[in-house]
Design a protein around this ligand. Sequence first.
Ligand SMILES: Nc1nc2c(c(=O)[nH]1)N[C@H]1C(S)=C(S)[C@@H](COP(=O)(O)OP(=O)(O)OC[C@H]3O[C@@H](n4cnc5c(N)ncnc54)[C@H](O)[C@@H]3O)O[C@H]1N2
Ligand code: MOO
Length: 409
Amino acid sequence: MYKPVDNRNAISIDEARKIIVDNIDSVKLTTEKIAATAANHRIIAEDVTAPHDFPTFRRSGYDGFAMLQSDLTNLPADLKVVGDIPAGADFDRPLVSGEAVRIMTGGYVPDGADIVVMLETTRMIDKDTVQITEIQKKDNITQIGDYFKKGDTLLAKDTEINPGGISLLSAFDVQEISVYKKPTIGIITTGSELLNPGEKIVNGKIFNSNGPMIRDLCKENGADVISYTQIKDDPAALKSAVNDLLGKCDVIITDGGVSVGDFDIIADLAKSSEKLLFNKLEMRPGSVTTAFIYNGTLFFGLSGNPGACFTGFYLYVEYALRLMQHQASRCIECTGTLNAEYTKTNMYDRILRGQYKFVGDHIEIGRVGGDASGNLNNLQRATCMFEIPRGKSITSKDSRLRTWLLPFK
Ligand SMILES: Nc1nc2c(c(=O)[nH]1)N[C@H]1C(S)=C(S)[C@@H](COP(=O)(O)OP(=O)(O)OC[C@H]3O[C@@H](n4cnc5c(N)ncnc54)[C@H](O)[C@@H]3O)O[C@H]1N2
Ligand code: MOO
Protein backbone atom coordinates (compact mmCIF):
# COMPACT_ATOMS: atom_id res chain seq x y z
CA MET A 1 0.00 0.00 0.00
CA TYR A 2 1.59 3.23 -1.13
CA LYS A 3 0.86 6.69 0.18
CA PRO A 4 -0.14 9.38 -2.32
CA VAL A 5 2.51 12.04 -2.84
CA ASP A 6 1.54 15.28 -1.14
CA ASN A 7 1.87 18.62 -2.83
CA ARG A 8 3.92 21.00 -0.78
CA ASN A 9 4.23 24.73 -1.06
CA ALA A 10 7.92 25.60 -1.46
CA ILE A 11 9.14 28.87 0.05
CA SER A 12 12.48 30.67 0.09
CA ILE A 13 15.08 30.65 2.87
CA ASP A 14 14.15 34.20 3.82
CA GLU A 15 10.43 33.48 3.84
CA ALA A 16 11.02 30.48 6.10
CA ARG A 17 13.11 32.57 8.47
CA LYS A 18 10.44 35.26 8.56
CA ILE A 19 7.93 32.59 9.59
CA ILE A 20 10.31 31.52 12.38
CA VAL A 21 10.57 35.13 13.56
CA ASP A 22 6.78 35.47 13.52
CA ASN A 23 6.31 32.31 15.58
CA ILE A 24 9.27 32.41 17.94
CA ASP A 25 7.06 33.70 20.74
CA SER A 26 5.63 30.21 21.01
CA VAL A 27 8.85 29.58 22.96
CA LYS A 28 9.25 31.99 25.86
CA LEU A 29 12.24 31.28 28.03
CA THR A 30 11.76 31.89 31.73
CA THR A 31 14.59 33.20 33.88
CA GLU A 32 16.74 31.82 36.66
CA LYS A 33 19.38 33.17 39.01
CA ILE A 34 22.86 31.74 38.64
CA ALA A 35 26.35 32.47 39.94
CA ALA A 36 27.94 35.23 37.89
CA THR A 37 31.10 33.17 37.49
CA ALA A 38 29.06 30.39 35.83
CA ALA A 39 27.42 32.74 33.34
CA ASN A 40 29.78 32.57 30.37
CA HIS A 41 27.66 32.61 27.17
CA ARG A 42 24.42 32.86 29.13
CA ILE A 43 22.02 35.67 28.24
CA ILE A 44 21.37 38.23 30.91
CA ALA A 45 17.65 38.79 31.54
CA GLU A 46 17.79 42.18 33.27
CA ASP A 47 20.12 45.18 33.25
CA VAL A 48 22.96 45.00 35.75
CA THR A 49 24.02 48.46 36.94
CA ALA A 50 27.11 49.58 38.80
CA PRO A 51 26.44 49.44 42.55
CA HIS A 52 29.11 52.10 43.11
CA ASP A 53 31.63 54.26 41.29
CA PHE A 54 34.66 52.54 39.79
CA PRO A 55 37.37 52.93 40.81
CA THR A 56 36.28 53.59 44.38
CA PHE A 57 39.50 55.41 45.31
CA ARG A 58 42.03 57.49 43.40
CA ARG A 59 44.39 54.99 41.88
CA SER A 60 47.95 55.23 40.68
CA GLY A 61 48.56 54.19 37.08
CA TYR A 62 52.28 53.65 37.57
CA ASP A 63 54.98 52.62 39.98
CA GLY A 64 56.64 55.78 41.22
CA PHE A 65 56.06 58.55 43.73
CA ALA A 66 52.89 60.46 44.62
CA MET A 67 53.29 64.17 45.44
CA LEU A 68 51.83 67.65 44.95
CA GLN A 69 52.09 69.19 41.47
CA SER A 70 52.72 72.57 43.08
CA ASP A 71 56.04 71.18 44.35
CA LEU A 72 57.21 70.64 40.77
CA THR A 73 57.16 74.21 39.47
CA ASN A 74 60.92 74.59 39.89
CA LEU A 75 63.03 71.64 38.78
CA PRO A 76 64.96 69.79 39.97
CA ALA A 77 62.70 69.33 43.01
CA ASP A 78 63.86 67.39 46.06
CA LEU A 79 61.08 65.84 48.14
CA LYS A 80 61.07 63.95 51.41
CA VAL A 81 59.88 60.36 51.10
CA VAL A 82 57.47 59.92 54.00
CA GLY A 83 56.06 56.48 53.29
CA ASP A 84 55.44 53.53 51.06
CA ILE A 85 52.06 52.52 49.57
CA PRO A 86 52.21 49.04 48.12
CA ALA A 87 49.18 47.65 46.30
CA GLY A 88 46.31 47.10 48.71
CA ALA A 89 47.59 49.51 51.36
CA ASP A 90 45.83 52.57 52.79
CA PHE A 91 47.61 55.78 53.88
CA ASP A 92 46.47 57.40 57.06
CA ARG A 93 46.99 61.13 56.44
CA PRO A 94 46.99 63.72 53.65
CA LEU A 95 50.28 64.50 51.94
CA VAL A 96 51.59 68.02 52.37
CA SER A 97 53.96 70.20 50.37
CA GLY A 98 57.52 68.95 50.28
CA GLU A 99 56.50 65.31 50.76
CA ALA A 100 56.37 62.31 48.46
CA VAL A 101 55.28 58.70 49.00
CA ARG A 102 56.54 55.66 47.14
CA ILE A 103 53.54 54.11 45.38
CA MET A 104 52.86 51.04 43.24
CA THR A 105 50.62 50.62 40.21
CA GLY A 106 47.03 50.38 41.43
CA GLY A 107 47.97 51.88 44.79
CA TYR A 108 45.80 54.29 46.77
CA VAL A 109 46.80 57.90 46.07
CA PRO A 110 46.66 59.74 49.39
CA ASP A 111 44.62 62.91 49.80
CA GLY A 112 46.64 66.00 49.05
CA ALA A 113 48.71 64.27 46.36
CA ASP A 114 47.65 65.19 42.82
CA ILE A 115 50.34 63.59 40.68
CA VAL A 116 52.21 60.29 40.41
CA VAL A 117 55.68 60.61 38.90
CA MET A 118 56.92 57.45 37.18
CA LEU A 119 59.82 55.74 38.84
CA GLU A 120 61.94 56.11 35.68
CA THR A 121 61.93 59.92 35.88
CA THR A 122 63.02 60.01 39.52
CA ARG A 123 66.21 59.28 41.38
CA MET A 124 66.94 58.78 45.05
CA ILE A 125 69.58 61.21 46.17
CA ASP A 126 69.72 59.75 49.65
CA LYS A 127 67.69 57.17 51.57
CA ASP A 128 64.83 59.61 52.35
CA THR A 129 64.95 62.08 49.45
CA VAL A 130 63.70 61.69 45.90
CA GLN A 131 64.64 64.10 43.14
CA ILE A 132 62.44 64.94 40.13
CA THR A 133 64.21 66.45 37.14
CA GLU A 134 61.75 66.18 34.25
CA ILE A 135 58.56 68.15 33.55
CA GLN A 136 55.54 65.83 33.98
CA LYS A 137 52.83 65.89 31.29
CA LYS A 138 50.19 63.75 33.02
CA ASP A 139 49.07 63.21 36.57
CA ASN A 140 48.89 59.39 36.13
CA ILE A 141 45.96 59.14 38.53
CA THR A 142 42.70 57.36 37.74
CA GLN A 143 39.99 59.38 39.46
CA ILE A 144 37.05 57.94 41.43
CA GLY A 145 34.32 56.97 38.92
CA ASP A 146 36.56 57.44 35.86
CA TYR A 147 35.47 54.09 34.39
CA PHE A 148 31.95 53.71 35.81
CA LYS A 149 29.66 55.96 37.79
CA LYS A 150 27.22 54.39 40.25
CA GLY A 151 24.11 53.39 38.28
CA ASP A 152 25.86 53.06 34.91
CA THR A 153 24.84 49.97 32.94
CA LEU A 154 27.43 47.24 33.32
CA LEU A 155 25.59 44.66 31.21
CA ALA A 156 22.37 45.42 29.37
CA LYS A 157 19.42 43.00 29.33
CA ASP A 158 19.67 40.48 26.48
CA THR A 159 23.47 40.64 26.33
CA GLU A 160 25.31 37.36 25.83
CA ILE A 161 27.89 37.30 28.59
CA ASN A 162 31.48 36.61 27.67
CA PRO A 163 34.59 36.39 29.85
CA GLY A 164 34.94 40.18 29.64
CA GLY A 165 31.47 40.53 31.16
CA ILE A 166 32.34 38.03 33.87
CA SER A 167 35.34 40.17 34.70
CA LEU A 168 33.07 43.22 34.96
CA LEU A 169 30.65 41.46 37.30
CA SER A 170 33.55 40.25 39.42
CA ALA A 171 35.03 43.76 39.57
CA PHE A 172 31.81 44.92 41.23
CA ASP A 173 31.41 41.77 43.31
CA VAL A 174 28.08 41.00 41.62
CA GLN A 175 27.82 37.36 42.58
CA GLU A 176 24.44 36.37 41.24
CA ILE A 177 22.60 37.40 38.09
CA SER A 178 19.34 36.67 36.35
CA VAL A 179 19.65 34.89 33.01
CA TYR A 180 17.24 33.24 30.61
CA LYS A 181 16.91 29.53 31.12
CA LYS A 182 18.58 27.56 28.34
CA PRO A 183 16.15 26.32 25.71
CA THR A 184 15.40 22.68 26.47
CA ILE A 185 15.62 20.33 23.53
CA GLY A 186 14.46 16.82 22.83
CA ILE A 187 16.07 15.06 19.89
CA ILE A 188 14.38 12.16 18.15
CA THR A 189 16.26 10.49 15.33
CA THR A 190 14.17 8.24 13.16
CA GLY A 191 15.06 5.43 10.81
CA SER A 192 14.78 1.65 10.84
CA GLU A 193 18.19 1.62 9.17
CA LEU A 194 19.89 3.20 12.17
CA LEU A 195 22.18 1.01 14.24
CA ASN A 196 23.10 1.65 17.83
CA PRO A 197 26.79 2.20 18.60
CA GLY A 198 28.64 -1.10 18.70
CA GLU A 199 26.12 -3.03 16.60
CA LYS A 200 27.29 -5.05 13.63
CA ILE A 201 27.10 -3.28 10.31
CA VAL A 202 25.03 -5.13 7.69
CA ASN A 203 23.56 -4.23 4.30
CA GLY A 204 20.97 -1.48 4.54
CA LYS A 205 22.01 -0.36 8.00
CA ILE A 206 24.05 2.67 8.99
CA PHE A 207 25.22 4.21 12.20
CA ASN A 208 23.36 7.27 13.42
CA SER A 209 25.70 10.15 12.59
CA ASN A 210 23.19 13.00 12.52
CA GLY A 211 21.95 12.58 16.08
CA PRO A 212 25.32 13.22 17.77
CA MET A 213 25.94 16.16 15.42
CA ILE A 214 22.57 17.75 16.21
CA ARG A 215 23.12 17.21 19.92
CA ASP A 216 26.44 19.08 19.88
CA LEU A 217 25.13 21.79 17.58
CA CYS A 218 22.33 22.39 20.10
CA LYS A 219 24.77 22.50 22.99
CA GLU A 220 27.10 24.96 21.29
CA ASN A 221 24.10 27.17 20.66
CA GLY A 222 23.28 27.47 24.33
CA ALA A 223 20.59 24.79 24.56
CA ASP A 224 20.13 22.00 27.06
CA VAL A 225 19.54 18.65 25.37
CA ILE A 226 17.34 16.92 27.92
CA SER A 227 16.43 13.90 25.85
CA TYR A 228 17.94 11.98 22.95
CA THR A 229 16.20 9.00 21.42
CA GLN A 230 16.58 6.84 18.37
CA ILE A 231 13.48 5.15 17.02
CA LYS A 232 12.51 3.01 14.06
CA ASP A 233 10.27 4.29 11.26
CA ASP A 234 7.20 3.49 13.29
CA PRO A 235 4.38 5.98 13.82
CA ALA A 236 3.50 4.43 17.19
CA ALA A 237 7.11 4.74 18.40
CA LEU A 238 7.18 8.35 17.21
CA LYS A 239 3.94 9.18 18.94
CA SER A 240 5.15 7.66 22.17
CA ALA A 241 8.55 9.47 21.95
CA VAL A 242 6.81 12.77 21.22
CA ASN A 243 4.27 12.29 24.02
CA ASP A 244 7.10 11.64 26.45
CA LEU A 245 8.65 14.99 25.55
CA LEU A 246 5.63 17.25 25.24
CA GLY A 247 5.55 19.80 28.03
CA LYS A 248 9.16 19.06 28.94
CA CYS A 249 10.95 20.63 25.97
CA ASP A 250 10.88 24.05 24.40
CA VAL A 251 11.87 22.55 21.06
CA ILE A 252 11.76 19.04 19.65
CA ILE A 253 14.12 18.27 16.80
CA THR A 254 13.52 15.21 14.69
CA ASP A 255 15.77 13.84 12.03
CA GLY A 256 14.75 11.83 8.96
CA GLY A 257 11.32 10.83 7.79
CA VAL A 258 10.29 14.23 6.45
CA SER A 259 10.21 13.40 2.75
CA VAL A 260 7.49 11.71 0.74
CA GLY A 261 8.46 8.09 1.43
CA ASP A 262 6.05 5.55 2.88
CA PHE A 263 7.85 5.74 6.22
CA ASP A 264 8.14 9.50 6.41
CA ILE A 265 6.39 9.67 9.75
CA ILE A 266 7.48 13.20 10.64
CA ALA A 267 5.82 14.51 7.51
CA ASP A 268 2.60 12.94 8.75
CA LEU A 269 2.99 14.38 12.24
CA ALA A 270 3.57 17.82 10.71
CA LYS A 271 0.38 17.51 8.75
CA SER A 272 -1.58 16.72 11.89
CA SER A 273 -0.06 19.66 13.82
CA GLU A 274 -2.02 22.75 14.78
CA LYS A 275 0.30 25.00 12.79
CA LEU A 276 2.51 23.96 9.91
CA LEU A 277 5.22 26.61 9.52
CA PHE A 278 6.84 25.14 6.40
CA ASN A 279 7.56 21.76 4.86
CA LYS A 280 9.20 22.60 1.55
CA LEU A 281 12.01 25.03 0.87
CA GLU A 282 13.33 26.35 -2.40
CA MET A 283 16.78 25.09 -1.58
CA ARG A 284 18.89 21.99 -1.84
CA PRO A 285 19.96 20.13 0.16
CA GLY A 286 17.33 20.17 2.83
CA SER A 287 14.37 21.04 0.65
CA VAL A 288 12.11 18.96 2.88
CA THR A 289 13.19 20.64 6.11
CA THR A 290 10.00 21.05 8.09
CA ALA A 291 8.87 23.19 11.00
CA PHE A 292 5.59 23.10 12.86
CA ILE A 293 3.93 23.69 16.19
CA TYR A 294 2.45 20.58 17.74
CA ASN A 295 0.65 20.75 21.07
CA GLY A 296 2.30 24.10 21.78
CA THR A 297 5.84 22.81 21.14
CA LEU A 298 8.06 24.05 18.33
CA PHE A 299 9.23 21.18 16.12
CA PHE A 300 11.96 21.13 13.54
CA GLY A 301 12.02 18.14 11.23
CA LEU A 302 15.49 17.97 9.74
CA SER A 303 16.22 15.86 6.74
CA GLY A 304 17.96 12.54 7.27
CA ASN A 305 20.56 13.14 4.61
CA PRO A 306 23.63 14.29 6.53
CA GLY A 307 24.41 17.28 4.29
CA ALA A 308 20.79 18.38 4.40
CA CYS A 309 20.61 17.90 8.16
CA PHE A 310 23.72 20.05 8.61
CA THR A 311 22.44 22.79 6.29
CA GLY A 312 18.95 22.78 7.77
CA PHE A 313 20.34 23.07 11.28
CA TYR A 314 22.49 26.11 10.56
CA LEU A 315 19.93 27.94 8.45
CA TYR A 316 16.85 27.37 10.61
CA VAL A 317 17.45 25.68 13.95
CA GLU A 318 20.53 27.72 14.88
CA TYR A 319 18.67 30.82 13.75
CA ALA A 320 15.67 29.94 15.94
CA LEU A 321 17.68 28.87 19.00
CA ARG A 322 19.55 32.15 18.92
CA LEU A 323 16.38 34.13 18.34
CA MET A 324 14.61 32.59 21.31
CA GLN A 325 17.64 33.59 23.38
CA HIS A 326 17.26 37.16 22.07
CA GLN A 327 20.39 36.84 19.96
CA ALA A 328 21.24 37.16 16.29
CA SER A 329 22.43 34.08 14.45
CA ARG A 330 26.14 33.45 14.84
CA CYS A 331 26.31 32.45 11.16
CA ILE A 332 27.78 35.60 9.69
CA GLU A 333 26.05 36.42 6.44
CA CYS A 334 28.30 38.08 3.91
CA THR A 335 29.24 37.98 0.23
CA GLY A 336 31.94 35.55 -0.82
CA THR A 337 33.87 35.34 -4.07
CA LEU A 338 33.80 31.88 -5.66
CA ASN A 339 37.26 30.41 -6.32
CA ALA A 340 36.25 28.06 -9.18
CA GLU A 341 33.45 27.61 -11.69
CA TYR A 342 30.47 25.50 -10.52
CA THR A 343 28.70 23.81 -13.37
CA LYS A 344 25.69 22.07 -11.80
CA THR A 345 22.39 23.89 -12.08
CA ASN A 346 19.15 23.45 -10.20
CA MET A 347 15.61 24.78 -10.06
CA TYR A 348 16.24 25.60 -6.38
CA ASP A 349 19.05 27.59 -4.78
CA ARG A 350 21.82 25.17 -3.87
CA ILE A 351 23.60 25.60 -0.57
CA LEU A 352 27.13 24.24 -0.80
CA ARG A 353 29.33 23.31 2.10
CA GLY A 354 32.60 25.16 1.67
CA GLN A 355 35.64 26.76 3.15
CA TYR A 356 36.54 30.42 3.20
CA LYS A 357 39.60 32.53 3.61
CA PHE A 358 40.24 36.24 3.72
CA VAL A 359 42.20 37.33 0.66
CA GLY A 360 43.02 41.03 0.53
CA ASP A 361 39.74 42.89 0.86
CA HIS A 362 37.42 40.00 0.06
CA ILE A 363 36.36 36.59 1.31
CA GLU A 364 37.27 33.77 -1.03
CA ILE A 365 34.93 30.78 -0.89
CA GLY A 366 35.27 27.34 -2.39
CA ARG A 367 33.66 23.95 -2.25
CA VAL A 368 34.97 21.34 0.10
CA GLY A 369 34.23 17.65 -0.38
CA GLY A 370 31.17 16.38 -2.20
CA ASP A 371 28.01 18.31 -2.83
CA ALA A 372 25.58 15.37 -2.62
CA SER A 373 23.16 15.75 0.23
CA GLY A 374 23.98 12.28 1.55
CA ASN A 375 27.71 12.95 1.57
CA LEU A 376 29.14 13.59 4.98
CA ASN A 377 32.79 13.91 3.94
CA ASN A 378 32.81 17.68 4.45
CA LEU A 379 30.82 18.12 7.65
CA GLN A 380 33.95 18.50 9.76
CA ARG A 381 35.86 20.59 7.25
CA ALA A 382 33.14 22.99 6.10
CA THR A 383 33.68 26.42 7.60
CA CYS A 384 31.03 28.18 5.54
CA MET A 385 28.01 27.57 3.36
CA PHE A 386 27.26 29.51 0.21
CA GLU A 387 24.38 29.79 -2.21
CA ILE A 388 24.51 28.86 -5.88
CA PRO A 389 21.50 30.74 -7.25
CA ARG A 390 18.77 28.72 -8.90
CA GLY A 391 18.56 28.76 -12.69
CA LYS A 392 20.05 27.26 -15.80
CA SER A 393 23.32 29.13 -16.02
CA ILE A 394 26.70 27.94 -14.86
CA THR A 395 28.09 29.85 -11.89
CA SER A 396 31.39 31.32 -13.01
CA LYS A 397 34.60 31.73 -11.03
CA ASP A 398 34.66 35.05 -9.15
CA SER A 399 30.87 35.10 -8.81
CA ARG A 400 29.87 36.97 -5.68
CA LEU A 401 27.62 34.70 -3.67
CA ARG A 402 25.53 34.83 -0.53
CA THR A 403 27.68 33.19 2.13
CA TRP A 404 27.31 32.20 5.77
CA LEU A 405 30.47 31.89 7.86
CA LEU A 406 29.80 29.14 10.38
CA PRO A 407 30.47 29.61 14.09
CA PHE A 408 32.81 27.45 16.20
CA LYS A 409 34.48 26.09 13.07
N1 LIG B 1 10.50 10.49 -4.25
C1 LIG B 1 11.24 11.34 -3.59
N2 LIG B 1 12.23 10.86 -2.83
C2 LIG B 1 13.01 11.72 -2.15
C3 LIG B 1 12.78 13.10 -2.26
C4 LIG B 1 11.72 13.57 -3.05
O1 LIG B 1 11.46 14.76 -3.17
N3 LIG B 1 10.97 12.65 -3.69
N4 LIG B 1 13.62 13.95 -1.63
C5 LIG B 1 14.96 13.45 -1.45
C6 LIG B 1 15.70 14.36 -0.70
S1 LIG B 1 16.16 15.72 -1.51
C7 LIG B 1 16.07 14.11 0.57
S2 LIG B 1 17.09 15.17 1.40
C8 LIG B 1 15.64 12.94 1.29
C9 LIG B 1 15.02 13.39 2.59
O2 LIG B 1 14.70 12.30 3.28
P1 LIG B 1 14.25 12.35 4.78
O3 LIG B 1 14.65 13.62 5.40
O4 LIG B 1 12.86 11.96 4.87
O5 LIG B 1 15.20 11.29 5.45
P2 LIG B 1 15.22 9.73 5.33
O6 LIG B 1 14.48 9.29 4.13
O7 LIG B 1 14.83 9.20 6.63
O8 LIG B 1 16.77 9.52 5.11
C10 LIG B 1 17.46 10.05 4.02
C11 LIG B 1 18.88 9.50 4.04
O9 LIG B 1 19.55 9.90 5.22
C12 LIG B 1 19.99 8.77 5.95
N5 LIG B 1 19.84 9.03 7.40
C13 LIG B 1 18.67 9.12 8.04
N6 LIG B 1 18.88 9.36 9.33
C14 LIG B 1 20.21 9.40 9.52
C15 LIG B 1 21.03 9.60 10.62
N7 LIG B 1 20.51 9.82 11.85
N8 LIG B 1 22.37 9.61 10.47
C16 LIG B 1 22.89 9.40 9.22
N9 LIG B 1 22.15 9.22 8.10
C17 LIG B 1 20.83 9.20 8.25
C18 LIG B 1 19.08 7.66 5.49
O10 LIG B 1 19.63 6.40 5.72
C19 LIG B 1 18.92 8.00 4.04
O11 LIG B 1 20.03 7.57 3.31
O12 LIG B 1 14.69 12.22 0.59
C20 LIG B 1 14.99 12.08 -0.80
N10 LIG B 1 14.04 11.24 -1.40
O1 MOO C 1 16.56 17.78 0.82
MO1 MOO C 1 17.53 16.91 -0.28
O2 MOO C 1 18.82 17.17 0.81
O3 MOO C 1 17.34 18.57 -1.06
O4 MOO C 1 18.89 16.66 -1.31
